[in-house]
Design a protein around this ligand. Structure first.
Ligand SMILES: NC(=O)C1=CN([C@@H]2O[C@H](COP(=O)(O)OP(=O)(O)OC[C@H]3O[C@@H](n4cnc5c(N)ncnc54)[C@H](OP(=O)(O)O)[C@@H]3O)[C@@H](O)[C@H]2O)C=CC1
Ligand SMILES: O=CC(=O)O
Length: 290
């Protein structure tokens, strides 16, 4: 396959790029903080000095950026993606953003003759390292088909969901459910502990029943240890809750559980926990002394 450009070497972008390099893809990478590209260069990647330089060099460019503001900035700002976008080139934005942001980027790319695909992912740092993501693509079907060899390396399954916006919405619905579950799980861990039960026994019981799931299994043991090394930063989970609640507003869907979960993530951010893993929301429940 042709050389691929990759913009954004955060937790996810770096893991995904490493995986692509391991599978023999040629990559040109860029990150706002350039030093974060060093490890990729050691593994064979080339550095592009701006998003525009990457797009100029590569037929396909992937973006994996923190939030709507970052995705818009990388696309529209000086030396951004749009400056070099043109016929025959494709931009695949894998960041988790709202449908409106994705549509804005899509319109700008297509107005320059380029192709656009949104492709947010479900799955965190480890699935990204292992090529086990779930890819939620929408937009230009031809671009989806052309980039599938890369998606096959990055993910265990790719969905094509139709027009731009559907991938973003699917991702927000999934993460809204995940964020609400994480809060219920945290409350259960604290309730078990405060009422004299053994936390590990709670994990064992949960794992054998109808609500067993990989997230409880993976995060439970470290939450019991109050250890929150970031796989999925809490500030991004709160952004996803906020964007999902806005989608609920647009569609007049009452979401009292998600709204409460969002407040808990906001509280965690106010406690300075935004850069820790989203499971650190557990800490917001621990201040009662009785
Ligand atoms: N971590 C996870 O488990 C998952 C994350 N996601 C989503 O993937 C996306 C990336 O997440 P993740 O890698 O964890 O996040 P990180 O916070 O680790 O990385 C964010 C990236 O965005 C860049 N960035 C932020 N603001 C700007 C800006 N204004 N201009 C240019 N670049 C910018 C950062 O650059 P710099 O290094 O310079 O700060 C960095 O490369 C998010 O949308 C997240 O919601 C989706 C699934 C799982
Ligand atoms: O967006 C986060 C994830 O784990 O999926």
């Amino acid at each position: 396959m042709e050389e691929i450009g990759f913009l954004g070497m955060g937790i996810m972008g770096k893991a995904m790029s490493m995986n692509l390099l391991r599978h023999g893809f040629k990559l040109t990478v860029w990150n706002r903080t350039l030093s974060r590209c060093d490890e990729l260069v050691e593994h064979g990647a080339t550095i592009g000095e701006s998003p525009a330089a990457v797009v100029k060099k590569c037929k396909y460019t992937i973006g994996m950026l923190s939030d709507p503001a970052a995705a818009l900035s990388v696309a529209f700002d000086k030396d951004g993606v749009l400056e070099q976008m043109g016929p025959g080139k494709g931009y695949i934005d894998m960041s988790t953003v709202d449908a409106e942001t994705s549509s804005k980027i899509s319109e700008a790319i297509t107005s320059k003759g380029g192709y656009y695909l949104e492709a947010p992912v479900s799955g965190s740092k480890k699935p990204a390292e292992d090529g086990q993501l779930v890819i939620l693509a929408a937009g230009e079907k031809a671009l989806y088909e052309e980039i599938l060899p890369a998606f096959d390396v990055l993910g265990k399954k790719s969905f094509f969901l139709g027009p731009v916006g559907n991938g973003a919405k699917m991702k927000l619905v999934v993460n809204m459910i995940m964020g609400s579950m994480m809060n219920a799980f945290s409350e259960g861990l604290v309730l078990a502990d405060k009422s004299g039960l053994n936390s590990q026994t709670l994990l064992d019981v949960l794992d054998l029943g109808a609500i067993a799931n990989p997230m409880f299994k993976l995060k439970g043991p470290s939450m019991i240890q109050s250890s929150y090394s970031p796989a999925f930063p809490l500030k991004h989970q709160q952004k996803d809750m906020r964007l999902a609640l806005a989608l609920g507003d647009e569609n007049a869907v009452p979401m009292p559980v998600a709204a409460a979960a969002n407040e808990a993530f906001k509280k965690a951010r106010s406690m300075g926990l935004g850069d820790l893993d989203f499971s650190a929301v557990h800490e917001t429940l621990k201040d009662s002394k009785s």
